[in-house]
Design a protein around this ligand. Sequence first.
Ligand code: GLA
Length: 733
Amino acid sequence: MISSYKNDHENTIFTIHTANTTYQMKADWYGTLLHTYYGKRVPDGDLSYIIEYPAPSFSGHSHIARTSWNYSPDTYPQECSTFGCGDFRTTMIAVRNTDGSRGLELCYVDSEITEGKYSIKGLPAFYGDKDEAQTLRITLKDRVYDIYVHLYYGVIDKYDIITRYAVIENKSGAEIKLEKALSMNLDIQFGKFDTITFHGRHTSEREFCRETVEPGRRSVGSLRGASSHQFSPFAILCSHDATEEAGECYGFNFVYSGNFLWEVEYEQMRQTRVVMGINPENFCYILADGETFETPEVAMSFSNEGLGKLSRNYHKAIRNNLCRGKYKLARRPSLINNWEGTYMDFTGDKLVSMAEDASKLGIELFVMDDGWFGKRDTDTSGLGDWVVNEKKLGCTLSELAERIKATGMKFGIWFEPECISEDSDLFRAHPDWALTMPNRGPVRSRTQLVLDFAREDVREYILNSLIKVLESADISYVKWDFNRHICDVYSNAFPAEKQGEINHRYILGLYDMLEKLTSRFPDILFESCSGGGGRFDCGMLYYMPQVWCSDDTDPVERTKIQYGTSFGFPSCTVASHVSASPNHQTGRVTSLKTRGNLATSGMYGVELDINKMTDEEKVGISEQVARYKELADLVMSGDYYRLTSPYDVKEPFACWEFVREDGSEAWVVDIYLRTVANRYPAFVKIRGLIPDAQYRINGSNETYSGASLMYCGIKLLHRWGEYYSDSYHITLA
Ligand code: GLA
């Protein structure tokens, strides 16, 4: 619920209430838009009594306040901070005016409240119709030039989500340069906080990192042209005492797949500022008179019931108000992917024989991964030539799809549309279509280059090649991969002064392509991938409802990867596969059961040479597939609880739970990450059950009340050996 009114001092107070939170701002006497409060829901009323105007020496005093020496942009809490007019902190927007000055001083103009949530043309965004969401627009204008900033707030009340983005509009009569255009600014006047960020590398994404906020700036971000494996564009600011169950937590989820910055500054007055948006490094957007720039959106959420509740807010909102299409809420098919089974060394007959075995075990979809097109027997060639290699397959794509379907399975296929091999017909014909800098040799990564998706002609060519393939056979699934990052950011199609726009234009081009492709093939399940989870972000999830979470399929490693992912993203977005043991990334040996429990905690698949499995292993897979079909709905739509942390060095095991919102069913999984001698017993307390109801565990005869399972807990089974995992299906008796 959004409201605004003028108080007795002619200040306009804007209040946003969600189910459990309140966000308040005020446009003050001078027209400055100040931030008042974001936190647990409080009753209506002007909270701006709390605003303090500290007046430290060496902070600039705003000329508009004349004799108020303590009125400084450097210290008062702001809603949209700008560089150059007195604020020395990290800021949200920096404009280079046509006269060369770098300054912007914003003043309130007007506002509007509308029903339903805004959308952003050309960019992904959470959505919500008028029954569930509202929009607040607040327009600010520079005190000197006709440069406007329209701040938009989208409110999805029931999930405690407040989204923000800004439109910068140049009506100044001259060209300006946007040198920094972030999406949000949040100033918190007091409190001691920790940051929780998620970092990593290829095959080791979203490692959990909690740090105390100390004086200075702490930032994470990406300059890789993708949201990246290295840092997630989801981050948390929480009180020192925040746990899974208690404490104050703010979440920031960037709905964008390219370069980003999340920065926290703890400054001289012990205030904390958080900004997030497109990374200003290598960014400079030229706005001619009359042009506008739309920033991507940040989805914020607040919980005063700890990190678990914060995550569940995001899980629900992403599932219901970000993901789209036929598969948004539908159970995803169990699949087999041939990548770790064969890599690029396969024939059509081999794939069909894998499909025959997989189908008998109940698996529903066969995915043909990399290596089916152009000249592609190694990763040194072929990208860009999206022409079926019929010699390798021994038949046409349509015939292969029919052969797979005859085994009883659906058929899916892999693409990497954004990249190009120098050894490809496409590169020989259009070397200028790759992003490379003039007069310099290209920077190669996995021996490939990146296509210039900022260019419409390049996108159109690739889109048409994909459409041709997808229309040539009965295809139910597409894995969209991106296997390198972008360093030589230079487009031949744009003039020198516009090269600072290319990173962003690339992402806009990617989104344009994804929108066209996914709307043309509404029945296809699209899965996003970038060397595993290198682009696990809300931007991609708007087009594709699931992501190949990591190229690391080792269940022990996956425990940490899926744990980190769960803070910002729901299980229905996490594709997870059973692969061979010893594992291909780590060499670790684990049981089929352990691998199955990890895969069933996401969208289940198998990724190995099923023809080589023993009969006993095949029975194990068929049992897992049957269980996945039974549990997938609970895993997709249930409430997720992290019962323990795999980072807790004092505990050898990790444990998590999916429970239906009404408490009628739960599935709890544990995994032992270390083996210890003389092991002490392990217990966990189950969450989210109905206290008075009676439950059974794994169909046993004994029954337990929900209260006993929640408050007294359960004993985890004690098994011998390494990396064992058990699961506990808790159903109403
Ligand atoms: C990436 C993906 C893998 C596989 C290979 C194919 O690494 O993450 O799953 O598709 O590319 O080259």
